[in-house]
Design a binder for this molecule. Structure first.
Ligand code: HEC
Ligand code: HEC
Length: 113
């Protein structure tokens, strides 16, 4: 009885989380004109990889809005400690540094994509 209840609960809670899952990789290119001027391509943000290391509310909504259009990420903001450059992130020893352009941007020498 209890077991069946828990199995049902599992499907109610877990299945929607999977089916509404976020794309594993999100292409960030709102600032594409500025990127082209600087000689870099769009950012492929590995959402799934970050989900493994952090909790949703480490990032949402304090650092990044979940609404694609509401973030205004730029390198200036990143370097000022916002967005990707937040404390404990790519402006700290915990993650690779902001000057490693090719680890986030496509279209630069050394980039994976
Ligand atoms: C390391 C930070 C980080 C973590 C942890 C994180 N996210 Fe995100 N999430 C982002 C970023 C960055 C974006 C892209 C925002 C943008 O497009 O401007 C995003 C986008 C989203 C979107 C919008 C996707 C779309 O295509 O419209 C949803 C929904 C979302 N996240 C949910 C979650 C959930 C649920 C979790 C936990 C399982 C989670 N996020 C964990 C940083 C994070
Ligand atoms: C930790 C990841 C990361 C690193 C490292 C990084 N960027 Fe970015 N960059 C981003 C994100 C995210 C955006 C915003 C993408 C969007 O939404 O358009 C961005 C935007 C930009 C833009 C357009 C907006 C603006 O600020 O003018 C330029 C140009 C840019 N990056 C250049 C660089 C250069 C040059 C380097 C290396 C010195 C670099 N970036 C390193 C993540 C990164």
């Amino acid at each position: 009885m209890a077991k069946r209840y828990f199995i049902a609960l599992f499907f109610v809670l877990a299945v929607p989380a999977v089916s509404f899952g976020v794309q594993a990789e999100i292409k960030l290119d709102d600032k594409i004109a500025s990127m082209h001027k600087a000689g870099v391509g769009p950012v492929i943000f590995p959402h799934a990889k970050h989900e493994k290391v952090y909790k949703c509310n480490d990032c949402h909504p304090k650092i990044f809005s979940e609404k694609r259009t509401e973030n205004n990420i730029s390198m200036k903001f990143n370097m000022e400690g916002k967005y990707c450059g937040s404390a404990n992130c790519h402006n700290s020893p915990k993650a690779f540094a902001l000057f490693e352009c090719a680890r986030c941007h496509t279209g630069v020498p050394g980039a994976k994509k």
